[in-house]
Write a protein that binds this ligand. Structure first.
Ligand code: TNX
Length: 540
């Protein structure tokens, strides 16, 4: 298998070289590239190793893309790259089309088992004057690699060489890259305020550009149940009908959810659905009152208090209900995880809470998924295969370590996207901290609160939505901080430096502006204003 792949690679490379030699004979272009330096590019997250060779690769209408063909996912990655190049430059690059006339340069996306670094998402880019060869073990690795490539295709502007020549110069050199953590996520709370499929897709677009690989959806809470469950339809009919502030809420049909999953999969992003319980369950209990365990009168809730609701953890029918919900969600979700919440169950007795988490873990496992829960779940008698998401309690995180569990790092004081930047922030809360852009970046998830790195699965930045109700407000809180978290989870500690990062961050504006992302323009950053004027000039 490995040998036949290697042979295939060699044969393809051979053809690429012959092909390029022939095209050279056809036509020799003389391009005077400005001197480049790959190591000075504004990559985020910063790659493991960048070795510049100070020349230029001409990306233009004479460029074509080729990919490994018989290995699942590679051609899709090639097509994805072509689409993004079209959006940025208006060039129409062909993918895996043979016998193209006038091709001068090629981008070759290649499966290879002989990389300098191991890892499912590792990749290497070899950029020379004539070719860009992207090698990776897996299609996911090649997908991360093309994000790096996207980041070094210059943005257009009217006074550059590009506008006159329609050549985008890509600096030559070599990049060897591999993420530090296998889990690099962000969470969207679609329960407190509902966000449309289109909003979620836009969030995925940006996350993918910065090499995130997980989107956690907080689908249920006191204020709303947002995913259709066919066996319990009132969950969305009643429980999905409102949201914080009293607006009309909303929910994803199972088709909508499948659309999000597919879109995420195209971006090599795993979706993790969260059904928060036994607390945070008012919307479920209003829909089906037998679930309720707090003895209080049930009504739809549009406020922002936490900790008042609980399931009746000693009733068998509650577990029949949960079994149905988990069964349906597991069937809809290709990823390996289901998140059961488990946070802030202040209305649940401690012994009931432990009984509940133990039972729900078994249900999740019955449907062949791994359970994730907020750090409180580590107080139950759960397996080392389950995962704790550290948000507040060092003691709970230590309990998870003692059980040999993996931990997702989301400390509220550092990684909560819903915390205000400072006292003047338009949106957000500040119960954990104010988190300006530098504070969000300058900390070490690798050793935070003494949690050993071997227990750390990765990092996740949750965005709770009590104070935000549309995509602009979402973007205000998420960006630019989520960009920094991508670097904290991908790049090793030795490779991170605030002074260096903040310059690279300042240079994200052409991308963020083009994507119409309404980021918070923190004064700590000297934002580069570089409006895209190319199309306008072209018409003149
Ligand atoms: C705590 S973090 C919560 C959420 C809130 C958030 C607001 C966690 C597991 N629970 O219910 O939305 O604070 O910052």
């Amino acid at each position: 298998m490995v040998r036949s792949r290697a042979i295939r690679t060699l044969v393809t490379l051979f053809f690429v070289i012959i092909f390029m030699a022939c095209s050279k004979q056809k036509k020799e272009r003389v391009i005077n590239f400005p001197k480049t330096d790959l190591s000075l590019e504004n990559f985020i997250p910063k790659p493991l190793q960048v070795i510049p060779s100070n020349n230029g690769f001409a990306l233009d209408k004479y460029t074509a893309i080729y990919t490994s063909k018989n290995i699942e996912g590679y051609e899709d990655v090639g097509k994805f790259l072509a689409k993004k190049i079209k959006a940025k430059t208006d060039l129409d690059l062909q993918v895996n089309v043979n016998d193209l006339p006038n091709i001068e340069t090629v981008i070759y996306i290649n499966q290879s088992d002989s990389l300098n670094v191991e890892g499912l998402e590792a990749y290497e880019l070899h950029i020379t004057q004539d070719s860009i060869i992207l090698n990776s073990n897996t299609a996911a690795g090649s997908f991360r690699g093309i994000q790096t490539l996207r980041q070094i295709i210059p943005e257009v502007s009217n006074d550059t060489l590009i506008a006159r020549t329609k050549i985008w110069t890509i600096p030559t050199g070599k990049i060897i890259d591999n993420p530090q953590f296998e889990y690099r996520g962000s969470m969207l709370d679609v329960a407190r305020h509902f966000f449309s499929v289109e909003d979620v897709k836009k969030y995925i677009d940006i996350l993918a550009y910065y090499k995130y690989n997980v989107l956690h959806l907080h689908l249920t809470d006191d204020q709303g149940w947002r995913l259709e469950i066919k066996s319990w339809p009132k969950l969305t009919e009643i429980g999905g009908s409102t949201e914080v502030g009293g607006e009309s809420g909303g929910f994803y049909t199972q088709e909508d959810y499948a659309e999000i999953i597919d879109y995420a999969a195209m971006h090599h992003i795993t979706v993790i659905p969260e059904i928060d319980m036994p607390g945070h369950t008012n919307a479920a209990s209003v829909s089906y009152p037998f679930l309720n365990g707090n003895g209080r009168k049930l009504e739809l809730y549009q406020g922002t208090e936490v900790g008042f609701s609980t399931f009746d953890t000693r009733k068998d029918t509650v577990y029949t209900f949960i079994d149905d919900v988990i069964r349906e969600i597991a069937a809809l979700t290709p990823g390996p995880y289901i998140h059961i919440g488990g946070d802030e169950s202040h209305a649940t007795k401690k012994s009931d809470y432990i009984y509940f988490v133990n039972k729900v873990e078994k249900i999740v496992q019955k449907y062949n998924k791994r359970m994730i829960g907020w750090d409180e779940v580590a107080t139950a008698d759960i397996d080392s295969t389950s995962i704790a998401q550290f948000w507040a309690s060092k003691k709970n995180a230590q309990a998870a370590v003692d059980k040999g569990m993996k931990i997702i790092m989301s400390p509220a004081k550092k990684a909560y996207l819903d915390m205000k930047y400072d006292t003047l922030s338009k949106h957000g809360l500040h119960w954990a901290a104010y988190i300006p852009v530098d504070t969000a970046y300058i900390w070490t998830p690798e050793s935070y609160e003494g949690i050993p790195i071997k227990n750390i699965l990765g990092l996740e930045a949750p965005l709770w939505s009590e104070t935000i109700s549309n995509i602009e407000e979402l973007e205000y809180l998420a960006f630019p901080r989520a960009i920094g978290y991508s670097e904290l989870s991908w790049t090793t500690q030795e490779n991170r430096d605030w002074e260096n990062y903040k310059v690279r961050l300042a240079n994200q504006t052409p991308f963020l502006d083009r994507m119409n992302v309404k980021y918070y323009p923190s004064k700590l950053i000297d934002w580069k204003k570089n409006k895209n004027k190319y199309k306008k000039i072209d018409k003149d």
